[in-house]
Design a protein around this ligand. Sequence first.
Ligand code: CDP
Length: 205
Amino acid sequence: MPHKLVIAVDGPAASGKGTVARALAAHYGLAYLDTGLLYRAVGARAADAADPLCALAAANALETEWLDDPAIRSEDAARAASIVSAMREVRAVLLDRQRAFADQPGGAVLDGRDIGTVVAPGASAKLFVTASMEARAHRRANELGRDYIEVLADLGERDRRDAERAVAPLVRALDADLLDTTDLPIAVAVRRAIALVEARIRRTR
Ligand code: CDP
């Protein structure tokens, strides 16, 4: 029986990690989880995202249907997500869910900030997807129809919070392959991602 495939995809906001992760899941026929949606749902549903007790209550009450709410795709929800995601207790509750997803028999692709470092440190392949701050802000501004300068400031603040927090900060795992998508069209980024995963699987087989 072939070894179960678990692929960890991490990186900052608007780096292309979600697109790459979804494409990898389709390519290998694996289940896919965008873990950012969990933090967004908790941030958006907490009565006060800055209050750890409210955030923890929302994390404990989290239901899968919350992930389908379009409101959690907003930048307000992203900001709330980055606040609740710095709370150790919230992360602990969400960690169990993510590990259960990663452990499913058919294998899985998960994307987020700490998949390769905390959620699935034993993943078969790990990618750290990145892009310049300017490229990421342009993408997000286009997606949301928002002002580039405002988006640039929001992303900078969120990157800083994600990278500087004490618990599970955004950091490249030592064994993650780097994929810089700054100048890459989506199709090329996806081809490279598949090539990196293939090379990694061959090396560790
Ligand atoms: O799509 P985008 O990169 O803008 O954000 P996201 O992946 O939906 O994540 C939203 C926020 O959730 C991030 O800024 C992080 O603060 C947090 N997050 C996290 O801490 N750990 C994860 N595994 C995923 C997201």
